[in-house]
Design a protein around this ligand. Sequence first.
Ligand code: KE4
Length: 425
Amino acid sequence: MKIGNDLFKRAQKLIPGGVNSPVRAFKSVGGNPVYIKRGEGAFIYDVDGGEYMDFCASWGPLILGHARPEVVEAVKESASSGMSFGTCNPREVEMAELLNEMVPYLEMMRMVNSGTEAVMTALRLARGFTGRNKILKFEGCYHGHADYLLVAAGSGLLTGGITSSAGVAPSAVADILVAHYNDTAAVKKIFEKYGKEIAAVIVEPVAGNMGLVKPEPGFLETLREFTSDSGAILIFDEVITGFRLAATTYGKICGITPDLTTLGKIIGGGMPIGAVGGKAEIMKKLAPLGPVYQAGTLSGNPVALAAGIATLNILKKENPYPRLAKFAKKITDAVEAEAKEKSFEIHCATEGGMFTIFFTDKKPLRNLDEIKACDTAKFANFFRAMLKNGIYLSPSQFELDFISSAHTEKDIDLFIESFRKSLSR
Ligand code: KE4
């Protein structure tokens, strides 16, 4: 780890915490972060010659594995014709038509450069469309780092043991309402009290930013019913789940149509990207058509779209999802069997090709309070043991692990073997 450690020392002099995103800092798992210089298929390689089987997938985008040739080719071909024009470009039309074909309820959409920007745009649209201000979000969900969303947020905040950030003016969060995930009773009370003042409800339809927490039967349906009755906008934040569980959105899978959807990660194939889409009557409020302003120098960047379009077309053609789910199930079964056999307090939640190994005996985990009971010290030891065994997990108990289409059956067996070894250590 010598070269990596030297790099980290240098980085810390110029970059806060040495990282460009807090959750990469290994703060909650201990040790110095790895410095990855190359990825190929299911594997990533650090600057000191270390090789790891990757289950973090850059926090979700790399569903096809690293350096998938067709995606790299698409980027090379696009970049060789120019990086960015600040004009309309044909790939914007191709991406919009592809997303609309794969998710028909995205009647219109706009490309941006991150999930945060997609959520900011969706919430400003909801407020502009309804003329209302209040927003309901859920404890432990993370929707990017816009001021007013850093309340009871998951992901890096939770990992860092905080759930709201300094530097956020009280006025910015005055209109943010918070309830526990899966708490339909609380949602009912909030709508009884604030109904006509609520501009939007935003939710991760399958929560990933407190580790994997599934919606209980009726939870999402309740959100759809109450928002429809009160004229509030229902936003599914599918930055993680979009194209992760099928070649479409979770909204399509579960049969609940949100008014707006935010996307990111997979639709960029590893390049910076985000998108907001949904009902045309809402989307038409966006400038230059309507009064809700939003903009971006590199929005619809042709090189990023080339990577995303190539990725989505491969997902459409290859449909890797049943295999991803099968492999995740194999891991879950092994974890549960080990827990039972050795009475370990450990539990693996899974949805499609996503999973989280929780260090707790509680299952299923329904909300942030239950998640907080997890033994993060045990998780940290487990993470480091797996790293020693050449397995790179997402470096936080409050995140997801992902299986890519590049992982083979043999890789999954190796994961399970390493899991057993790491647990016994
Ligand atoms: P970005 O601005 O990081 O592209 O997207 C924000 C975002 C929005 N919505 C959901 C559901 C998200 O999960 C995210 C970002 N995800 C985290 C990891 N779970 C990003 C990792 C990081 O912050 O480095």
